[in-house]
Ligand binder design. Structure first.
Ligand code: 2P0
Length: 323
């Protein structure tokens, strides 16, 4: 048993996960579907050693407090339960993002952790089982085990809630342009935000119907490389997810003023003949889905309005790898 390093990329949900059915097992209320991105990834090294009296977690060179490392230690506990390993682990993780924070995601972090920790403990898990383990750290990490388009099937228990590659090799000239509007930590965590939406938004039952319909519609659109239909579905799905925050009690929102301005810019681009669509996660940053041929028009417009340093072009990315 030795040090193992794994690399996992982050993903952007096209049909979003927004709500847990079981907070302990991290079972979602609905399935979801994402695209793994090439530009943002996490490298994590795990080594179980005899000289520690507690797990030691270092993120981007900074030692985490026990509170900050709680989810990481939870995943390490699960690995110890599944393996013969009883020792504590030294964990070192580095997020690779082109600009300071803002897009560093728990998705890549917990996918890389699941891979490195399980292998370091002598387990040789299938990618399906890795997705189940990653899920216990963070829901969206479930999907980052695979590359390309990935579905997280909600399932009904720990055994059945897992990621399935929908299309790993993406032979479609599309891009996702990330517009970084605020790199600070979000005020309402995803966990808190989705729990509030599930328990207080009167629209939550409708959301479950929306997701089922959107999944059924986006899959054939992706397979047919139907850009317009795919874009229309992902944009509407994102706005309906955010409607769950606005309709919660108390209401909250992840948008800031620039998010609203960027959404209008995307609509203006569309009106001028440049086909592109926006999506937002639990933060103000906007991601713009476009075709490769339209990248110059999209990036030029966004850079002129928000600054060239704020615009990062990403493409479909790979699944987990061991370095
Ligand atoms: C998603 N998000 O499908 C959705 C859309 C953000 C908006 O999953 O509580 O870090 O750890 O399961 O996965 C971000 O939340 O939340 C997320 P937990 P996670 O990508």
């Amino acid at each position: 048993m030795t040090a193992v390093t794994a690399r996992a990329h982050t993903n952007i949900a096209l049909v979003k996960y927004w709500g847990k059915a079981d907070t302990k097992l991290m079972l979602p209320q609905t399935s979801s579907l994402s695209l793994t991105l090439d530009q943002f990834y996490t490298d994590t090294t795990v080594n179980f050693v005899s000289d520690l009296t507690a797990d030691e977690v270092v993120l981007n060179g900074q030692r985490l407090t026990p509170t900050a490392s709680q989810k990481v230690r939870h995943v390490l506990d699960l690995v110890r339960q599944q393996s013969d390993e009883t020792r504590f682990a030294r964990v070192s993780s580095t997020n690779h993002v082109p600009t300071a924070a803002g897009l560093a995601s728990s998705a890549s972090a917990f996918a890389a952790l699941a891979g490195a920790a399980s292998r370091s403990a002598g387990l040789n898990l299938s990618r399906t089982d890795l997705s189940r383990l990653a899920r216990r750290g963070s829901g969206s990490a479930t999907r980052s085990i695979f590359g390309g388009f990935v579905e997280w099937q909600a399932g009904i228990d720990d055994a059945t809630s897992l990621a399935v590659p929908f299309q790993e090799q993406v032979d479609w000239p599309i891009a996702m342009v990330a517009l970084v509007l605020d790199p600070r930590h979000k005020k309402v965590s995803s966990t808190q935000g989705m729990q509030s939406s599930v328990t207080t938004s009167p629209y939550y039952p409708a959301w479950k119907t929306v997701v089922a319909d959107d999944l059924a519609a986006i899959k054939p659109a992706i397979l047919a490389q139907d850009f317009t239909t795919t874009g229309e579905i992902l944009e509407a799905n994102a706005m309906r997810m955010h409607a769950l925050t606005l309709s919660a009690n108390p209401p909250f929102s992840y948008f800031n003023g620039e998010s609203l301005a960027a959404m209008q810019t995307v609509r203006d681009l569309r009106a001028s003949g440049v086909s592109c669509y926006y999506t937002l996660d639990a933060g103000p940053n906007v991601k713009v889905f476009c075709q490769e041929a339209d990248l110059p028009a999209v990036t030029t417009r966004l850079a002129a309005q928000f600054g060239a340093d704020q615009v990062i072009v990403a493409h479909p990315g790979p699944g987990i790898a061991f370095l």
